[in-house]
Write a protein that binds this ligand. Structure first.
Ligand code: NAD
Length: 466
């Protein structure tokens, strides 16, 4: 097992306990509460990220061949944007929020006071390792908490550089990265926190939720699922396929909100497939000059290629084991009993399922757990209305795919098995805060309805006021 502090001879568990205790003491000192403190720390984090930008690009390229362009587009810019938005709005978010006072309590003021929660634990996933670790961290810092961050161990270089940036520059009583895999995370989860924010699979989400229940700790779970994209017969197909195919194969399909499977109306299926192949071929899948990132490790590589049934390959199906790259692959004539439809794919395979009526498409989606995301490609208002009214999903899009994540005004999170809680922008601040509800009474006026001396007459007044 790792050590948290170099050359420390305490057991890992004891080191974790000491770290949590010292963060709790620091939190209780009120040092993290003032807006000035929070803003100073957020600005410092931003400066450090900008200073280490090139190293961060190199680290992720080493981990799974993600190019600088794609890293900037999907990780670095959104992260810097999140910090900028937080810095700009923090003082506004921290203000008391007035709410109406009901007649029974008149005269009084009523308001909500955002309050930091305390010591938080953020556990990240590997597929967007910077974003999924540091975006929740920004929310936790903005809300005035102390944080222990456990990035995913799979992209080792990105984990290392985040550790360096944070542990060499911030007070460990305030922020500390603890690296590690299952044993370290298990040890971390034994401690009591005031908030746990977890991104990862539903299976590990259950482990986290159970550990949190032991201490009645508030949790946010950002999980996954099988996300559908419906292409109805009236879809603007060319632009729709272009958007969906980019979103499907960016990061080689290792993207929690991308399309897992496409439901395509039978009248447009041939055209859909032709356009999909054209779009895929705009990318380059040669070993020398690839646009597609690697699969994160061999275990996931094997898992994903095992989902390809060669009899159903319409396009692609090739892979290169030494390089951990899988060609963007389309499967057709897929049945719901096929292996590819039994689990979240999380890789560059697109199963295409044909449907005749929209009811049939909706019925297929409802056979699965509620997805993290769902997409509809259609220009029909009636179909859009039905999609929004009848299909449960965490977040989604109409005539686009994955881009809702880039709008900080849209909360990001799942529902049911795809997660609980939401974050990004102001929602991150709220995710890591408690809103204290306060009734603030003046002392000069007093009403006497609630006091002893109950009577029918007072009952009538009370009824009229309620
Ligand atoms: P994972 O659940 O295997 O790992 C996530 C984290 O949990 C890692 O930090 C890992 O070290 C830790 N972990 C793993 N096994 C553990 C155990 N037994 N006990 C304690 N901790 C453990 O997930 P992953 O492979 O990193 O990511 C893939 C999954 O995450 C997919 O299901 C995907 O949809 C989901 N995901 C969701 C989002 C989102 O924002 N909702 C984003 C990315 C990925």
């Amino acid at each position: 097992m790792n050590t948290i502090v170099e050359n420390n001879t305490d057991t890992f568990e004891l080191q974790v306990r000491k770290l949590v205790n010292s963060q709790r003491d620091y939190f209780k000192s009120n040092a993290t509460r003032p807006a000035e403190f929070r803003l100073r720390q957020l600005k410092k984090l931003k400066t450090l990220l900008l200073e280490h930008e090139e190293d961060m690009h190199k680290a992720i390229f080493k981990d799974f061949g993600k190019s600088k362009y794609e890293n900037q587009l999907t990780e670095f810019f959104p992260l810097i944007d999140e910090i900028n938005i937080t810095i700009k709005n923090l003082k506004k978010w921290m203000q008391h929020k007035n709410v109406r006072t009901n007649l029974l309590n008149f005269p009084a003021k009523s308001y909500l006071v955002p309050e930091p929660l305390g010591v938080t634990l953020v556990i990240g996933a590997w597929n967007f390792p910077y974003n999924l670790s540091l975006t929740p961290l920004v929310g936790s810092m903005a809300a005035g908490n102390t944080t222990i961050l456990k990035p995913s161990e799979l992209p080792a270089e990105t984990s290392k550089i985040m550790t360096k940036i944070i542990n060499e520059n911030f007070d460990p009583n305030y922020l500390r990265v603890v690296e590690g895999a299952i044993p370290e995370t298990t040890a971390l989860l034994k401690q009591r926190y005031d908030k746990i924010f977890f991104t990862g699979s539903p299976m590990v989400g259950k482990i986290v939720n159970k550990a949190a229940a032991e201490h009645l700790t508030n949790v946010t779970l950002e999980l996954g699922g099988k996300n559908p994209s419906i292409f109805h017969k009236d879809a603007a197909l060319k632009v729709g396929v272009k958007r969906m195919i980019w979103a499907k194969f960016v990061n080689s399909g290792q993207f929690c909100i991308t399309t897992d499977y496409a439901l395509v109306h039978k009248d447009i299926k041939d055209e859909f497939l032709k356009l999909a192949v054209q779009e895929i071929e705009k990318g380059n899948f040669s070993k020398e000059n690839h646009n597609y990132v690697q699969i994160i490790n061999e275990r996931n590589f094997d898992r994903v290629i095992n989902l390809i049934n060669p009899d159903k390959v319409y396009y692609g199906g090739n892979y290169n084991r030494e390089d951990r790259r899988i060609q963007p692959t389309i499967l057709t004539d897929v049945s719901l009993n096929d292996k590819v439809m039994q689990e979240e794919i999380f890789g560059p395979i697109l199963p295409v399922i044909e449907y005749e009526t929209i009811d049939e498409a909706f019925e297929i989606i409802k056979r699965f757990e509620k997805p993290l995301a769902a997409y509809l490609f259609s220009d029909s208002s009636a179909i859009k209305d039905r999609f929004l009214a009848e299909i449960p999903f965490g977040s989604g899009g109409i005539n686009d795919c994955v881009m809702q994540v880039s709008n900080p005004n849209i909360p990001f999170g799942g529902v049911g098995h795809s997660g609980m809680g939401r974050y990004h922008g102001k929602y991150s601040f709220e995710c890591f805060s408690h809103l204290k509800g306060v009734l603030d009474k003046p002392t000069v006026i007093e009403t006497n309805l609630k006091y002893y001396g109950y009577s029918e007459k007072r009952m009538k007044i009370m009824k009229a006021l309620s």
